[in-house]
Design a protein around this ligand. Structure first.
Ligand code: AQP
Length: 333
C-alpha cells in the first residue's frame, strides 16, 4: 500500500510584483516537491493587506501570481492551489489561535520589530503584529508536516510550532506540529544594489530587484548595473557580496557549481560574467513570461483552477477548524 504523502504548505503574498528571489527561493523549488509531497500552494492575499494595498492592483496581482505559479511548472492537477481569502477557515482559525497566543511572543518577532521600527503605535497595523498567528493557522489547518522556509521565516515557524503544541496540550492532540523544510538549494537572493540585504518586492529602488515579468532588456540593464566591487575576480567570498549573489543566481539557474563558475571566469573581470548571468536569467524567465501572458488572456481557465483549489482546500481546512471549535467548547451546528 502507498504510504501517505507528507503535507507541505507554502504561499507568497501578492504585496508587489514577484521577484527573482520569490522564483529561485520558492517557486522553482515547489516544482521539485510536487511529485513527492501533498502540496498546498496558495496566494497569501490576507497577508498582503497587513500593509495597505491598492485594491485594483491587489486583485490583478493575485491572479498574476497564480498564473506565475502555473507558468513556472507548479501543476494544478498535482497540487492544491488556491487564493487564501477563498478559504474562510484561515481567518476563523486565526482568531481561535490568537486567543491562544501571547503578546510577549508576538512582540519578539524580529520581522514585526523591523517593520514597526521608527513608527508610532497609531501607524502600525495590528495585522502586522498578528500576522504570524494567521501564518500559523495557514499551516496547521492542513496538518502540514513540512513548511519550506527561508532563514527569515524560521522564527515564525517556531512560533507556529509553539502555538500548535500549546493547543494540543490544552485541548488534546489536534494539530501536526510542522517542521521546517530546508531545501538543498536554499538560495537566498540578495538585492542587486545592496547585496547584504534580501531582494524584496517592496524595495523602493527598482534596480535592486529583478521581477519575474521584467522584459529581457530590463533584466540585462539591471544585471549590468548590479553592484560588485573593485577586486575584479569572480570568487564566491563573503568579501564580495555582489559577486557572490550573482554567482548564486547563475548556479541556481544553470546547476553549475561555484568552482565551475570561478574557473570559467578566471582572470576575466566582470563584464562577460555579468552578461552570462543576465542571459541565464532571461532564458529561464522568457518561457515563463510567455506562458503567463497566455494564462492571463484566458481568465476563465484561471478561475476554474482557483475555484477547484478553493473547494479542495476548504474541505480539509474546515475539517480541522470544526475540530478546533469543538475542542474549545463552541457549540456545533
Ligand atoms: N530574496 C529572496 N531569496 C530567496 N527567497 C525569497 N523569498 C522571498 N524573497 C526571497 C521566498 O518567497 C517566499 C515568500 O515570499 P513573500 O513574498 O510571501 O514574503 P517575503 O519573503 O517577505 O517577500 P518580500 O519580497 O520581501 O515581500 P515584501 O517586500 O512584501 O515584504 C518565501 O518562501 C521566501 O523565502
Amino acid at each position: 500500500m502507498d504510504e501517505k504523502k507528507k503535507v507541505i504548505v507554502s504561499g507568497i503574498k501578492p504585496s508587489g510584483d514577484l521577484t527573482l528571489g520569490n522564483y529561485l527561493g520558492a517557486i522553482k523549488n515547489w516544482v521539485k516537491l510536487q511529485d513527492e509531497y501533498d502540496c498546498y500552494f496558495f496566494i497569501a492575499d490576507l497577508h498582503a493587506i497587513t500593509v495597505r494595498q491598492v485594491p485594483a492592483e491587489l486583485r490583478k496581482r493575485s491572479l498574476e501570481v497564480l498564473a506565475i505559479y502555473i507558468a513556472a511548472g507548479v501543476d494544478p492537477e498535482k497540487n492544491t492551489m488556491f487564493i487564501q481569502s477563498h478559504v474562510p477557515a484561515h481567518c476563523e482559525a486565526s482568531w481561535l489561535l490568537t486567543c491562544n497566543s501571547y503578546m510577549g511572543e508576538l512582540g519578539r518577532m524580529t520581522q514585526y520589530k523591523d517593520k514597526s521600527k521608527n513608527k508610532e503605535g497609531d501607524s502600525i497595523s495590528a495585522g502586522l503584529f498578528n500576522y504570524p498567528v494567521l501564518m500559523a493557522g495557514d499551516v496547521l489547518l492542513y496538518q502540514a508536516d513540512l513548511v519550506p522556509v527561508g532563514v527569515d521565516q524560521v522564527q515564525h515557524l517556531e512560533l507556529a510550532r509553539n502555538i500548535a503544541e500549546r493547543f494540543n496540550r490544552a485541548y488534546s492532540p489536534t494539530f501536526t506540529v510542522p517542521n521546517a523544510y530546508i531545501g538543498k538549494a536554499g538560495a537566498k537572493i540578495m538585492d542587486l544594489q545592496n547585496p547584504t540585504k534580501k531582494m524584496s518586492k517592496s524595495e523602493e529602488n527598482p534596480n535592486g530587484y529583478i521581477l519575474i515579468l521584467d522584459p529581457p532588456e530590463v533584466i540585462r540593464r539591471k544585471v549590468s548595473r548590479a553592484v560588485t566591487d573593485s577586486i575584479g575576480e569572480v570568487r564566491f567570498s563573503d568579501d564580495q557580496p555582489g559577486v557572490k549573489n550573482l554567482m548564486t543566481i547563475l548556479s541556481t539557474i544553470t546547476g553549475m557549481t561555484m568552482e565551475e563558475i570561478e574557473a570559467k571566469y578566471e582572470g576575466q573581470g566582470y563584464a562577460q560574467f555579468k552578461k552570462d548571468v543576465a542571459e541565464a536569467i532571461v532564458e529561464e524567465l522568457e518561457p515563463i513570461q510567455e506562458k503567463v501572458k497566455g494564462l492571463l488572456s484566458d481568465k476563465k481557465q484561471l478561475e476554474e483552477i482557483y475555484k477547484a483549489g478553493a473547494e479542495k482546500a476548504n474541505y480539509i481546512a474546515t475539517k480541522t477548524l470544526r475540530k478546533m471549535q469543538k475542542k474549545i467548547g463552541l457549540v456545533q451546528y
